[in-house]
Design a protein around this ligand. Structure first.
Ligand SMILES: Nc1ncnc2c1ncn2[C@@H]1O[C@H](COP(=O)(O)OP(=O)(O)O)[C@@H](O)[C@H]1O
Ligand SMILES: [Mg+2]
Length: 255
């Protein structure tokens, strides 16, 4: 299993859409995919219609060791072999409580779950959608991550905070030597003079590999309302086509 964390300290840069659509695209190519919604907002869970505000969310149970079997944690979605560990606001309390527990190992909760279950052998990919911070739940995610993808929107400070993410990745290598930054993914791109100049500048920055460019498409917001991955909602729109292209490049395989 290859585990990919979608991470950026900024909100609204396309993290959740990237996690949702990258996972869907991998599923469409026949891979077995596990999604982890690591954000208390639960937007990824909503995309796959698995958001439940009433109960303690599976990700919360995982972080606070409140489970006996992996079936309590992993849910199916409407798509075959595209499974999810969903989130809601209860994750906030669990993360906060873990912060207070200074005499226990705080960063191995997700790693222990991977070790205890067979998910490493069962799934081809695990995609983790993260909140725009570096809380203990994010450190838990980095502990099991192989590659970090940073979605960015082109503006004058597109790379702001990236040095902090890079620093955190370097620190996390102390407990996960396989961890690396794969690169940045430009999202919601509009071909204006300003964004074109910003993209040209970004492509010159040797510190960050540009993994792809996802064009702006008004269908993306609609797909959120419809609780569908973009390819299911509008397969021909620019964003759906670009996520496809990105996954082909990322995996090195056309299908
Ligand atoms: N390719 C795109 N085209 C148009 N809008 C997009 C695109 N990608 C993301 N968005 C919009 O940007 C906003 C933030 O996206 P989201 O994935 O929720 O970001 P994050 O998880 O980083 O907060 C949403 O309103 C979403 O509809
Ligand atoms: Mg999000």
């Amino acid at each position: 299993m290859i585990t990919i964390s979608i991470l950026n300290l900024k909100g609204g840069v396309g993290k959740t859409h990237t996690a949702a659509n990258m996972a869907y695209e991998l599923h469409r190519r026949g891979y077995k995919v596990l999604l982890i919604d690591n954000d208390k907002q639960g937007n990824l869970s909503r995309t796959y219609n698995r958001y439940n505000a009433q109960e303690i969310a599976p990700i919360t149970k995982l972080l606070s060791l409140q489970y006996d079997a992996d079936e309590e944690i992993i849910q199916e979605t409407d798509y075959e072999w595209l499974h999810i560990i969903s989130a809601n606001m209860s994750l906030f309390g669990a993360t906060w409580n873990l912060t207070k527990e200074q005499d226990v190992i705080q960063i191995d909760r997700y790693k222990d779950f991977v070790g205890w279950t067979a998910i490493d052998e069962v799934y081809d990919y695990c995609i983790i959608d993260n909140p725009p911070d570096l809380g203990l739940n994010v450190v838990n995610a980095l502990t099991i991550t192989n590659e970090v993808i940073v979605p960015v929107k082109i503006d004058e400070d597109a790379l702001e905070g990236l040095d902090i993410v890079t620093g955190q990745i370097e620190d996390a290598k102390a407990f996960n030597s396989r961890l690396k930054l794969a690169g940045v993914l430009v999202t919601s791109y509009q071909n204006t003079d300003g964004e074109a100049a910003g993209l040209a500048w970004l492509l010159e920055q040797s510190a960050y590999k540009v993994l792809g460019v996802i064009r702006y498409s008004k269908k993306v917001a609609e797909s959120s309302f419809m609780r569908k991955p973009i390819y299911e909602y509008s397969p021909c729109c620019a964003a759906a086509q670009d996520y496809k292209k990105f996954v082909t490049k990322y995996t090195g395989k056309a299908r």
